[in-house]
Each structure stands twice: as structure tokens, then as C-alpha cells.
Design a protein around this ligand. Structure first.
Ligand code: NAD
Length: 328
């Protein structure tokens, strides 16, 4: 019998899934205080963790721990050095959320090109023609995704799911990712661009899907934002800090670009003096691009599945973050 400690809550269906496996027991731990976790996790075989912190102190104290399964793809809340030292794998849920984030990008693109909020307001305010006519002349403010170009920066799991959906809308898809192989470029029918400025200067929509690293911090800044078209939009569902926020605010205010969709910010929640907050050309969401009912359930089940697969010796090695650092 192996014991799984679940820190914070996961989807009830994932708990039911453990119940169907009598060789596993579990406990949900809601008190995430470091001292409590040090005591509670001492004899556990596996940890399933959402966003709370698994410090070196806690992990050093785990005497029987064999796997940590993170619910999600980011893992900066877990002290990886200690896990490496103890030869313990850390898994992430690589299948659960890519399509969900890709859909969120579409929600933001539609926000910009279909103007539903503005049209809704015009109907409610009894101004039926407000956005349809100027001086009795018909105008059209909406536009289509059909035939538009999208520049996807970072062609990993989310970038690929996004490209599949963009194909369905018959968009031109350009990508920038120095690590992508030619097979994937052909498989997903995208055009690889080797120079970020070139993609930014062509695209109607730019969508960012790289991890935040020293290399990607401020990857998008005033120098390359200035290359974008004045009717283009940029969307970031990746991590705050990849787009320089001061520079973004500047290009929006100066009408150098048309709008920005931001699910992520360098400070979350943002400070009240963040100038982007007052900028009407930005649409925000509070880091929820992957928070759907369906995705939450998938994450929970995959978190648990990774633990089952580990003990069953059938774990997909791609799900192990520190596979290069430990002996498997
Ligand atoms: P992934 O690891 O599958 O893909 C990242 C891609 O970025 C890889 O293909 C990699 O080669 C590429 N890359 C790395 N450095 C690059 C660089 N300097 N220039 C261009 N490309 C580079 O990750 P993913 O699952 O697609 O997720 C992407 C990011 O989205 C994650 O790092 C995470 O921070 C973020 N994310 C956000 C949410 C949310 O709720 N908003 C949810 C999931 C993931």
C-alpha cells in the first residue's frame, strides 16, 4: 500500500479515481504551514501538490518520499535541488492544459475583433445603430480571423494546440522557436521564422508561449514592439515579465500597436499604480487561461495518474521535469 499526500484540494473526480485503486491510500492536507507539512509528510510515499510551497526543509524531512507530482506545468514552488539530491522525480501534468490555454487565446482574439462588449452595451442603451452607422453611412468595425496572420512565439505544447485551432480558421501561422524541429514544422503546417522582428512586423496577432527564463525576460520590448503593425494585437498567456510592461504601455498609448490581451503580469495581482491597469486597450484575465471546469478535472486525474504510472513503472519520461538530473 502506498500513501499519497494531497496538498490543497484537487478535483473530487481525481479523489474518486484514487478510491478505485485499493493499493493506494490518501489524505488531503489543507494546512500548508511549513511546520505542519514537515510533520504530515514525513512518512508519505507520494506528494500531489498544487501551488503551495514545498521547501527544502519540508522535503529533507520526508523519509519515504518516492515521487512529487505537480498539478500543472510550472514548478517553481517545489525545491528541485533537494529532489535531485534525493533522486526523487518531479512530474508535471503535460497533457491537461495546452488546449485550454489555446482556447483562451481565441477568447482574447475574439474580444478584439468582434467587439461583443461594445455591441452589447449599444443594444442595452438603446443605441442600435451606434456602432453600425456614422451619419447614416454604414460602417463595419468587426473583422475576421480568416486570412489573418498569427505569430506564435514558443512552439511547445500550447503553441501547437493554438496552431491547430488557427488552421481551422484558415489563418497564416508563423512561429518562432529555436528548439523546434523540422518534422513539427511540417506536421503542423506552420512557417518557421528565424528572426523575431520579422514575425512581429508581419503578424496581425502575436501570441506568446515561452517559459520565463533569463533569456526570455523582456524578450518583447520597445525595440521589437515598434516593429509591429499599428492594427496588430499581442496576447500573453505565458508569464509576466516576458513582455516589458512599461514598453507595452508606451506602444499602446502611442498607437504603435492596437491592443494587448494579458492573462499574466509581472506582479500578480498587479499593483494599483501599474499603468496598464488604466489602459483601455488592454483586456486582462487574472492568470486563469487554464482554469476551466474540464481542465481542472483533467489536471487532477493526470496528477494522480503520474503517481500510479510511477509505481507501475510506466511513467512517460517527458512528464518528469528533472529526468536529466536523477537516475531513473
Ligand atoms: P512547453 O515547454 O511545451 O513550450 C515552450 C516552448 O518555448 C518550447 O517549445 C521551447 O522550445 C520554446 N522556447 C524556449 N525558450 C525560447 C525562446 N527563447 N524563444 C522562443 N521559444 C523558446 O510549454 P507550454 O506547455 O507550451 O507552456 C508555455 C508557457 O505557458 C509555460 O512556460 C507557462 O509559463 C505558461 N502557462 C501559462 C498558463 C496560464 O494559466 N496562463 C498555463 C499553462 C502554461
Amino acid at each position: 500500500m502506498f500513501h499519497i499526500s494531497i496538498i490543497e484540494s484537487i478535483h473530487p473526480k481525481a479523489l474518486e479515481y484514487i478510491d478505485q485503486h485499493p493499493e493506494f491510500s490518501y489524505e488531503v492536507i489543507e494546512d500548508i504551514d511549513e511546520k505542519n507539512l514537515q510533520t504530515k509528510l514525513k512518512d508519505t510515499d507520494a506528494i500531489a501538490i498544487v501551488t503551495s510551497k514545498l521547501s527544502a526543509k519540508i522535503l529533507e524531512n520526508c523519509k519515504k518520499l518516492k515521487i512529487v507530482s505537480r498539478h500543472g506545468v510550472g514548478f517553481d514552488n517545489v525545491d528541485l535541488d533537494t529532489l535531485n539530491k534525493k533522486n526523487i522525480p518531479l512530474t508535471i501534468t503535460i497533457k491537461a492544459n495546452a488546449l485550454t490555454v489555446a482556447e483562451h487565446v481565441f477568447a482574447m482574439m475574439f474580444y478584439f475583433n468582434k467587439n461583443l462588449y461594445a455591441f452589447d452595451k449599444s443594444v442595452r442603451e438603446n443605441k442600435w445603430d451606434k456602432l453600425k452607422k456614422i451619419d447614416n453611412n454604414i460602417i463595419a468595425i468587426n473583422s475576421e480571423l480568416y486570412n489573418k496572420s498569427i505569430f506564435i512565439i514558443g512552439f511547445g505544447r500550447i503553441g501547437k494546440e493554438l496552431s491547430i485551432r488557427c488552421q481551422a480558421f484558415k489563418m497564416d501561422i508563423l512561429i518562432f522557436d529555436p528548439f523546434v524541429n523540422d518534422e513539427d514544422v511540417a506536421k503542423y503546417k506552420v512557417k518557421k521564422i528565424n528572426n523575431i522582428d520579422e514575425g512581429l512586423s508581419i503578424a496581425d496577432y502575436v501570441s506568446v508561449h515561452v517559459p520565463l527564463t533569463n533569456e526570455t525576460q523582456n524578450l518583447i520590448n520597445i525595440n521589437n514592439l515598434k516593429k509591429m503593425k499599428s492594427n496588430a494585437f499581442i496576447i500573453n498567456t505565458s508569464r509576466g515579465g516576458i513582455i516589458n510592461e512599461t514598453d507595452l504601455n508606451f506602444v499602446l498609448k502611442e498607437k504603435i500597436i492596437a491592443g494587448a490581451g494579458l492573462d499574466v503580469l509581472s506582479d500578480e495581482p498587479p499593483k494599483s499604480d501599474n499603468p496598464l491597469i488604466k489602459n483601455p486597450k488592454v483586456i486582462f484575465s487574472p492568470h486563469i487561461a487554464s482554469h476551466t471546469k474540464e481542465c481542472w478535472e483533467r489536471h487532477g486525474k493526470e496528477t494522480v495518474q503520474n503517481i500510479f504510472d510511477f509505481f507501475d513503472k510506466s511513467l512517460d519520461k517527458k512528464a518528469i521535469v528533472n529526468r536529466a538530473k536523477i537516475e531513473l
